[in-house]
Write a protein that binds this ligand. Structure first.
Ligand SMILES: [Zn+2]
Length: 65
């Protein structure tokens, strides 16, 4: 693998590192129970994902499951 021809200056290195950010987790509200859930994850409160029940939730407010 080729190596860089020139050393990057400290300022250049530090400018690159200064633009690093943590990404905020994508939170959406569950269409089934309207609670906040992580996007692309099954809802932990009601167990629904893409309009159907995918996990069984044992809690008092989802007694219908
Ligand atoms: Zn839900």
């Amino acid at each position: 693998m080729p190596t860089p021809t020139r050393k990057h200056a400290r300022s250049r290195r530090d400018k690159r590192r200064a633009n690093w950010r943590l990404s905020i987790p994508a939170i959406v509200s569950c269409p089934q129970c309207a609670r906040p859930v992580l996007a692309h994850h099954a809802c932990l409160a009601c167990g629904y994902y893409r309009g159907r029940q995918v996990i069984t939730v044992r809690s008092k407010d989802s007694a219908k499951a």
